[in-house]
Write a protein that binds this ligand. Structure first.
Ligand code: C2E
Ligand code: MG
Ligand code: MG
Ligand code: MG
Length: 283
């Protein structure tokens, strides 16, 4: 790209698209704190469904209703928040918001019920997050058994010792812990013998490939098998059709999550939606 503005013979490594996306990134990075103060962030909830079709929990998934850009998705702004040191503020905001929503969630849901919150690797490195969770649960009268924390295996392994310490305390308090996007990292499996988790979440990639790839079917079956042998529960994400659900159920997957049941939706819509799905009627 030849930049006219900078004079003849001057070249830059940036294309107009790159400049635009860099501007957007900066704009998002600089707007996080004010956005939190202005209530621009919202929690959407996506149901998790048991083999019997009962809603056993929801995953809290954050969105940003940006005044200029409209709805911005977490895959875009979470990495920006992590890079800019703003993720802790976002994590605290969503924990508090789930606490605020908990009475409505519990009233709507069947028991037992868990609301899941995603944590980023950066969260686990701060010593203060546990205290924040503990104090916020007290303040909002939250039973820790109604909460689960999800962390990706790569985030967990970024600092293994600190993660272990953090999640041991979380687990002792009564919260559940799920290893998110399992099978997509580059890690060896040996760490599984040393960590304290309750659930493996099979990544959407495997589910998506169930119908097209025999190998994905085999790997998915093996992941479920591995989890069972370790006495962990298994949740699969990204279920979009009945064939995928059938395969997963037949192979012992405990819970599923995906557009087949519901997309992530705001609390007001969630509490008007079913908390039980008829497995046979969905085909
Ligand atoms: P995740 O934790 O693996 O969440 C699952 C993602 O898969 C969600 O995307 C969800 O909307 C999407 N999904 C669920 N079922 C289906 C399906 O059937 N089909 C398709 N195509 N997609 C499905 P979302 O909400 O855009 O979130 C993306 C990622 O952003 C999350 O992946 C999580 O890693 C991160 N994230 C979301 N909220 C938070 C948060 O509050 N804190 C942190 N640290 N990360 C978050
Ligand atoms: Mg998750
Ligand atoms: Mg996931
Ligand atoms: Mg995922």
């Amino acid at each position: 790209y030849r930049s006219k503005a900078r004079g003849r013979g001057s070249y830059t490594l940036f294309t107009p698209d790159m400049v635009e996306s860099h501007k957007r990134k900066l704009h998002l990075a600089n707007g996080i704190e004010q956005g939190l103060l202005n209530d621009e962030f919202v929690v959407y909830y996506q149901v998790k469904v048991s083999n019997e079709g009962e809603v056993v929990g929801v995953e809290a998934l954050i969105r940003w209703e940006h005044p200029e850009f409209g709805l911005v998705m977490p895959n875009e702004f979470i990495p920006i928040a992590e890079q800019g040191g703003k993720i802790t503020a976002i994590t605290r905001w969503i924990i508090k918001q789930v606490c605020i929503d908990m009475p409505d969630l519990k009233q709507w849901a069947l028991t037992p019920f868990r609301a899941s919150i995603n944590l980023s690797g950066h969260d686990l490195r701060s010593n203060q997050l546990f205290d924040y969770i503990y104090n916020t649960f007290n303040l909002y009268d939250i039973n820790p058994e109604n909460v689960e924390f999800e962390v990706t295996e790569s985030a967990y392994l970024e600092n293994f010792a600190l993660s272990n310490k953090f999640f041991r305390r979380i687990s002792n308090m009564g919260c559940a812990i799920a290893l998110d996007d399992f099978g997509t990292g580059y890690s060896s499996l040996s760490y599984l013998t040393q960590i304290n988790i309750d659930t493996l979440k099979v990544d959407r990639q495997f589910v998506t490939e169930l119908q097209t790839s025999e190998r994905s079917r085999l790997v998915t079956g093996a992941i479920i098998d591995l989890a069972k042998r370790l006495s962990l529960s298994v949740c699969a994400e990204g279920i979009e059709n009945h064939e995928q659900w059938d395969y997963l159920r037949e192979h012992g997957c405990d819970n599923v999550q995906g557009f087949l049941f519901s997309k992530p939706i705001p609390l007001s819509a969630l509490v008007r939606s079913p908390c039980r799905y008829d497995a046979s009627a969905m085909a």
